[in-house]
Design a protein around this ligand. Structure first.
Ligand code: ASP
Length: 462
């Protein structure tokens, strides 16, 4: 028998039945909070029974609290097709071969723009059905490695991906794209920057901030840019490819060790920190912004270093932090701690004995910055000098998340703290740079327009 109430249960189901409104029905709900018009969407097993979920005309999904419903009426019914049409991905002689690894996230889960239902779409045929332009860019093969939101990615997944990437490179692929949730995309990007070294081809991580069912989705364009960069770019590095400006003019290619998600909802959420992006990418063009990078090669040599010590943590300092927090980690057997300190790299005096105890016990402790931009400078104040004397090692302008991943990776290879220090302080791909470029740090704070920023840049161009 056909299920007209897919996923609904309890009181929400009663409300739907009472008003004869079905899943996939076009309906009008009168509520104490106003009127909602849209399509009733199915729910999953784990959802509550207190809401009815609708897709409204803007493309957003809204949850209607059933307690507020005063009246409802079904005005039409059109069962949505869950499946994206499978079209055979055409093979075109002469186009580069690109492998797309899917790990999950928004970019993978909502490619059915009509229904907004959560569906995996990662066979080449489905992707071709959803983004046919990809066929003009490359010969694509795909593999769903994981299907998780990126908060569920971690060291085990980084290692598995690194090994899978190594195999593809040895088999002669021309470029790799990794579809990934945006929330922790920069963690994975730095993990792969360390675990996959000397790659002869581009490795491009891509996500999307808005699901494909929304008119403003960045999913298709980001995929097009990422595949173009993977297949055609000369930059053989681990890069993140996401919207550049707030419009869809171009994407940025960010170096995997210098990138960070900086806005919870903007499509242009990824920014290169402490530097400028490596290049911009459009549908058929890559424009370099930096000159130095690893060039594409014809060989199939790559070094895969899939190591990670999971007893590593990151501590975000706040005033008057209790030293018990550091003590507890040491007692639990943590081998490495990345401190995210204030200003130039500070924490309060109350923590000093705990830090001393930790380093004496052989815990590796490194300092990074809450300011995100700038360098750790622990020589400026005596507090910084004291901390270094107690064994904390400053990490220049390495981003906190990158430092955390690198420390896990370093301690995964050796427990010799001198070697760990050498690994930490020797940049593999710009995770520590000598200086920030003048045109990197720009935070536009209003005023009468961008001229302020222009003036700032001109001062340096004189
Ligand atoms: N929470 C999602 C994730 O990171 C968001 C996204 O894909 O953009 O997997």
């Amino acid at each position: 028998m056909q299920d007209f109430f897919q996923g609904y249960k309890g009181r929400a189901l009663e409300v739907l039945k009472k008003y004869n409104v079905r899943v996939w029905g076009q309906a009008t709900f009168e509520t104490t909070r106003g009127q909602f018009v849209g399509t009733v969407l199915p729910r999953s097993e784990n959802d509550d029974d207190l809401h009815i979920v609708m897709k409204i005309a803007t493309g957003y999904n809204v949850g209607i609290d059933i307690e507020t419903v005063t009246k409802a009426k079904e005005t039409g019914y059109k069962k949505a097709n869950y499946k994206i049409p499978e079209k055979e991905f055409p093979y075109t002689e002469g186009l580069p071969s690109v492998k797309l690894f899917g790990t999950g996230g928004t970019i993978a889960s909502r490619l059915d723009y009509r229904t907004g239902a959560v569906i995996p779409a990662f066979s080449p045929g489905e992707l071709y059905g959803a983004v046919p332009e990809l066929a003009d860019i490359c010969n694509l093969t795909t593999e769903k490695v994981f299907a998780v939101f990126s908060e569920n990615m971690g060291p085990a997944q980084y290692k598995q991906l690194a090994i899978a990437i190594g195999k593809e490179i040895e088999n002669g692929i021309d470029g790799i794209v990794i579809g990934h949730g945006t929330d922790t995309l920069h963690h994975t990007a730095s993990a792969l920057s360390f675990m996959v070294q000397n790659s002869p081809v581009p490795i491009i991580l891509v996500g999307s901030q808005r699901s494909s069912d929304r008119p403003s989705s960045d999913a298709a364009l980001n995929l097009i840019h990422a595949n173009y960069a993977a297949g055609h770019s000369d930059i053989a590095e681990v890069l993140v490819c996401m919207f550049g400006p707030t419009s869809d003019d171009y994407g940025f290619l960010h170096r995997g060790t210098r990138v960070r998600k900086m806005h919870s909802s903007y499509r242009s959420t990824f920014r290169t920190i402490g530097d400028i992006p490596l290049a911009t990418v459009s549908r058929d063009k890559i424009v370099l912004q930096k000159e130095k990078y690893n060039h594409r090669r014809k060989d199939k040599n790559v070094t895969i270093l899939p190591y990670f010590e999971e007893k590593v943590t990151m501590v975000y300092y706040y005033p008057h932090m209790n030293p018990e927090i550091i003590d507890a980690m040491v007692d639990m057997g943590y081998k490495g701690i990345v401190v995210v300190g204030t200003g130039l790299g500070h924490i309060n005096k109350e923590l000093y004995p705990a830090i001393e105890r930790a380093t004496a016990k052989g815990v590796a402790i490194y300092m990074t910055l809450q300011t995100i931009w700038g360098y750790v400078h622990m020589f400026v104040y005596d507090t910084g000098r004291d901390l270094m004397a107690k064994g904390i090692i400053p990490l220049g302008n390495m981003l906190p998340e990158v430092a955390f991943v690198k420390l896990g990776w370093a301690l995964g290879q050796t427990s010799d703290l001198t070697k760990v220090k050498e690994i930490m302080l020797t940049p593999i791909n710009d995770e520590i740079t000598e200086r920030e470029p003048y045109n990197g740090y720009l935070v536009y704070q209003g005023g009468k327009g961008v001229p302020e920023v222009e003036k700032f840049i001109k001062n340096f161009r004189k």
